[in-house]
Design a protein around this ligand. Structure first.
Ligand SMILES: Cc1cc2nc3c(=O)[nH]c(=O)nc-3n(C[C@H](O)[C@H](O)[C@H](O)COP(=O)(O)O)c2cc1C
Length: 194
């Protein structure tokens, strides 16, 4: 099994979402002998926002120029990582009711028409097939799945758009209201992953 672990918390040392994503990865490694892991941190990978050069490269008029190909180098690398992976483990805290900006910037670079999705007669078709995703989410006060959560549903919808519909959440939400039961439930959920 090839695992791609994508983390997005700005907290480098004591991040709950990263720590529990690590636990999911460790569990998958234990259960699936010979598996490998590639790690990608969206905050520390110099992922740019879509500027004019990237925009032009994403939607070129005719053949892509050499400069446009260069502008898409990181995007190509990120997309290759995704195609290589069988399982994604995404660590994501809620920041201001949504995902960290770096995770959104990452999503902007992996949504590639003709590569990761295409449009069919009935609408968009995701091209990342046969992949499973674990979304490990943490929050202070926002309940995951509530009206104020614009992160969980967004990640799930976006992955579905790319064809990844087999998605499971490991929730560590509302930690400020008492973390122990949440941690216990998350550990139990991880132990039950097959
Ligand atoms: C910039 C910032 C914005 C945050 N916004 C929210 C929020 O909108 N809702 C919420 O429940 N928690 C919010 N939090 C709290 C984090 O989601 C919470 O502490 C989470 O456990 C952090 O996960 P981490 O340890 O993986 O970074 C915010 C934290 C930061 C640093």
């Amino acid at each position: 099994m090839k695992i791609l672990n994508i983390n997005s918390s700005s907290n480098k040392s004591g991040s709950t979402s990263t720590n529990f994503a690590d636990k999911v990865v460790a569990h998958l490694l234990k259960e699936n002998e010979g598996s490998t892991v590639v790690k990608r941190h969206t905050t520390y990978s110099n992922i740019p926002f879509i500027d004019e050069s990237i925009l032009g490269a994403l939607f070129p008029q005719g053949e892509r120029t050499e400069a446009q190909k260069k502008a898409l180098q990181l995007s190509d690398e990120l997309v290759d990582e995704l195609f290589e992976a069988d399982v994604l483990v995404i660590g994501a805290p809620i920041y201001n009711f949504s995902v960290p900006a770096s995770l959104k910037a990452y999503f902007d670079l992996i949504a590639r028409a003709g590569l990761t999705f295409k449009y069919g007669e009935a609408g968009p078709i995701g091209l990342l097939e046969n992949k499973k995703a674990y979304i490990v989410m943490s929050s202070g006060g926002t309940e995951i799945g509530s009206e104020a959560d614009f992160a969980g549903n967004y990640i799930k919808h976006f992955l579905g758009f790319l064809g990844i519909t087999n998605v499971e959440f490991v929730k560590l939400d509302q930690l400020m209201f008492g973390s122990e039961p949440k941690i216990e439930a998350a550990n139990k959920k991880i132990a039950e992953i097959v």
